[in-house]
Design a protein around this ligand. Sequence first.
Ligand code: ADP
Ligand code: ASP
Ligand code: MG
Length: 376
Amino acid sequence: MRCVVQKYGGSSVSDLDKLRLVAERIARTRAEGVGVVAVVSAMGTTTNELIALARQVARTPDRRELDMLVSVGERISVALLAMALREIGVPARSLTGSQSGIITDEAHAGARVLAVRPERLVACLEAGEVAVVAGFQGVSREREVTTLGRGGSDTTAVVLAAALGAEYCEICSDVDGVWSADPRVVPEARRLDHLSLEGALALARGGAKVLFEDAVRYARDHGVELQASTTFGPGAGTRLTVAAPDESARAVTGDDQLRRLRVRSGEAVGALERQGGRVRRRVGPVLYLDMRNVHGDLVLPEGALDEGPTAVITATASGLGEQAALGLGLERALAEGGVSVLAGGGEADTLWWEVGRSEVDRAVRVVHAALCAPAA
Ligand code: ADP
Ligand code: ASP
Ligand code: MG
């Protein structure tokens, strides 16, 4: 049957007035004669608050128990949204990730989806109900509650769209699509009409949180079309497809949630990943580790050296990594902008520079002005 998946992020349901507006938006889509699966995140900053609570009880909370705790945030949202939908006459049913058939591996607080069994969702749609699904969570084969990593409601939406053969998957947020840089950091940033999923993946890996990396990768690998939209107000958003015309799509992003480590072996990488760390880049013995899903103190594997917090900015454009002259020009712009570059490199469609954490926004603005200004 015809259906679409819409995902609403935490800022779209941060209070009950917004939650009611989301219910009305879903009702409008349903009135077009299409079934709707609505994936919802925890309200506002609920997930941060739950993690903070855990860390008052334990310095490094057990990751299984953490999943039991943080998965509650999304359950609150889905129950309330289903009630709000019913209140305006739209039949709706809330479901957890487990009830929606999302089967994951055992990697608590950073699990990967292994399979999707969407029978209950299909039954909801056939009964004319909106299925309201708790984002960010699944269940392991051992029936443990798992979560998919920070930002993981995007993944829920994409895997369900693939499993249901949905017409598209709409990621609705507080920003109208994907921009040439975070519009909160760069006022001159422009919305991109189209972007390839490959280009979006490079941005997501570089730390642009508008789309979560795992979700974009899954969409690319399973041919799911994405539409990044604003929840409230008009806007054309960004269409993301495998083969979007990408020639002119240039973007810059920064990530200040990294640590730089020196390691001697591949085994050390495994030990860091088991604690939730994600290796963003490896340059010889140096690792840039994404710390978003490390909750507590990082236990260093033997022989590893922690060189402390750091940040990386990433520029993306078709073939950028091979354009040496352009790269040198951007480095010059950084130097002239007073940004000290600690390391850098490039490959395929990306160039990147390591900078101090406090310099990341300024560095993004400098590179954006040099790379993405209309005349560039
Ligand atoms: P949600 O709660 O809806 O999942 P997120 O906070 O995860 O929303 O992501 C949306 C935010 O991503 C925006 O508010 C914006 O500040 C940020 N962002 C970072 N880079 C970009 C970009 N290139 N384009 C659009 N938004 C971006
Ligand atoms: N609520 C989760 C988080 O804050 C998942 C999400 O928002 O996508 O990371
Ligand atoms: Mg998000």
